[in-house]
Design a protein around this ligand. Structure first.
Ligand SMILES: [Zn+2]
Length: 200
């Protein structure tokens, strides 16, 4: 899991904040749809850049996989956090589509201030990620499950990170670290972050 810093979270301008408030209160009209798309594209571009085009959870490169805006606290359950900067990350389709993650309420205790919420899964912005995971041997591929913290274990279970499919992904992530692919990050991000516009 990537470690993200709070200062890297997206910042909205006054206009955007006003629009977001309307969306949350259900006051955003159909003719304002383009504004919502523009904000989502800004989130996507900003976050992809901060995450260096990697999935926040499994860290695999998103070059060939469609990046998806992921809400750590599910946006259907926690509408008020739909645009909360610390709740927004980019994930790959495997992690975002993980059925267990979808079924699971990731919030343990809710608080009116997002930062004060308690999460069941390791939170890339609010937790010290490294503290929660221990690996077998040096390569960061196989988890030493019983040595992880309870929150770490819960995260592994939620995403199914001990499955064969993820072992292959984690191995590939390590290979990419050893042999980085030369990519023009700026170009790549502008190409893949505009995906929502095409669909609308
Ligand atoms: Zn992933």
């Amino acid at each position: 899991m990537l470690q993200l810093s709070k200062k890297d979270a997206i910042v909205y301008d006054g206009d955007e904040l006003e629009h977001i408030k309307n969306i949350i209160l259900d006051y955003a009209w159909e003719d304002q749809k383009n504004k919502t798309i523009t904000i989502k594209n800004k989130i996507s571009k900003h976050t992809l850049k901060k995450q260096e085009c990697k999935c926040v959870y499994c860290e695999q490169q998103l070059i060939w996989l469609g990046p998806q805006i992921e809400h750590i606290a599910d946006k259907s359950k926690y509408k008020q956090y739909g645009f909360e900067p610390l709740n927004l990350v980019i994930a790959c389709a495997y992690c975002n589509g993980s059925s267990k993650k979808h079924d699971e309420d990731t919030v343990l205790y809710e608080h009116e201030r997002y930062e004060k919420c308690e999460f069941k899964i390791v939170h890339p912005y609010l937790d010290n990620v490294k503290e929660h995971f221990v690996y077998l041997m040096d390569g960061q591929v196989v988890y030493d499950y019983k040595k992880c913290t309870p929150k770490g274990m819960f995260t592994i279970d939620t995403f199914g990170w001990d499955s064969y499919q993820y072992l292959l992904i984690f191995q590939r992530v390590q290979d990419q670290k050893n042999k980085p692919i030369p990519i023009d990050l700026e170009k790549l991000i502008s190409e893949i972050s505009g995906y929502k516009r095409k669909n609308n």
